[in-house]
Design a protein around this ligand. Sequence first.
Ligand code: FAD
Length: 401
Amino acid sequence: MQDFDTIVIGGGIVGLATAWAILERRPGVRIAVVEKEDDWARHQTGRNSGVIHSGIYYKPGSLKAKLCREGNRRLMEFCDDHGIRYEACGKVIVATSESELPRLESLYERGIANGLAVKRLSVPEVKEIEPHISCLAGIHVPSTGIVDFAAVCRKLADLIAAEGGELCLRTKVVGFRANGNNAVLETTKGTLSARRVINCAGLHSDRVARLSGAEPGARIVPFRGEYYELKPARRMLVRNLIYPVPDPQFPFLGVHFTRMIDGSVHAGPNAVLSLKREGYSRASFELRDFLDTMTYAGFWRLAAKHAKSGLEEIHRSFSKKAFVHSLQKLIPEITEEDLIPGAAGVRAQALRPDGGLVDDFLIVNGPSAIHVCNAPSPAATASLEIGRVIAEQIPSCAAIR
Ligand SMILES: Cc1cc2nc3c(=O)[nH]c(=O)nc-3n(C[C@H](O)[C@H](O)[C@H](O)COP(=O)(O)OP(=O)(O)OC[C@H]3O[C@@H](n4cnc5c(N)ncnc54)[C@H](O)[C@@H]3O)c2cc1C
């Protein structure tokens, strides 16, 4: 049995950033990162919009607001220090109907409350930044940027290895028990033990928490986000990032345009219930995942509250025409011919038994483990800060050689 001071489960950006934060504080600590796939960032982290969020959307004082704003700054600094390409290109959020104007204003005020240098934009000012938009008003958020989060993960993994951390790919955690003061993990590659385990298992974080005997108080419900991509000849329709005013009832931002760091332009993502936690196509299905959702009272309470918008999302998933219609609200000259199907991602969204979506990041501190039970967007942006917060919660860190 291999023994460590700390084991991190999950090789997405939250797990790797956490392992790095621990190593930065305690060089020489015996740490391992255990990931079931054959490479880093195979799930949410490698299948997202690649946006370094500013923190404008989040309730002032929430973990999301605090860790996103500081995470944005630290992530850009990390990229500067390690030669990772990113751009602080800024983004515009635009109101396309009269009814969205008060919500755009509230968003502007929230940006100010969150300490951001946001600016109100008139229509000509919006068009100066993004000439193809049609809107009634906008906000400019200069601190938003773009990056390849998988590239950040590869660099974090290199740094962890260089500091003596053990990187265990193709290693799935299948059992978790206490043995005195230690946690013992059964994996597909043998038994590991540690004084402290950090569960950063993303779409499986609730299951890993329950394996350890902890009760996270919420269940992960997977929401697939599907994208289209603009054909290269039509990328000129979008210079940087164009977002609608989000619906405050939902945790997702609404379909938007994102220029990726490789120059491609993505449109999306929508938000449809996925019948498989790691299911990236409409045909993806896994009986256990399906039953987990369907037998959960919280899901049915959520579905009852949002039946109409849920059905609209399903329609938009099957109908390119409906998807394009949403995009045309932002850029009227977009047509179905301009778009080709892109990759999809699945969001791990924690849902409470009462049907309420867990809005903030949720980090549960158990007897021998810390569980990251809700780390949806902007957790990639905030990852270095989430890692810092977790590292500071490990009392044994101070005692480790
Ligand atoms: C469509 C979409 C768009 C998004 N856009 C953005 C954006 O633009 N900006 C932003 O900041 N955030 C964005 N997000 C959110 C962001 O991607 C996530 O918050 C972040 O990647 C979460 O990282 P993670 O490490 O917690 O999860 P993951 O990246 O999912 O990593 C978890 C890892 O745990 C591993 N694992 C699970 N179970 C086990 C086990 N039993 N044993 C071993 N390993 C296990 C998995 O294989 C996986 O690699 C988006 C998310 C999606 C889905």
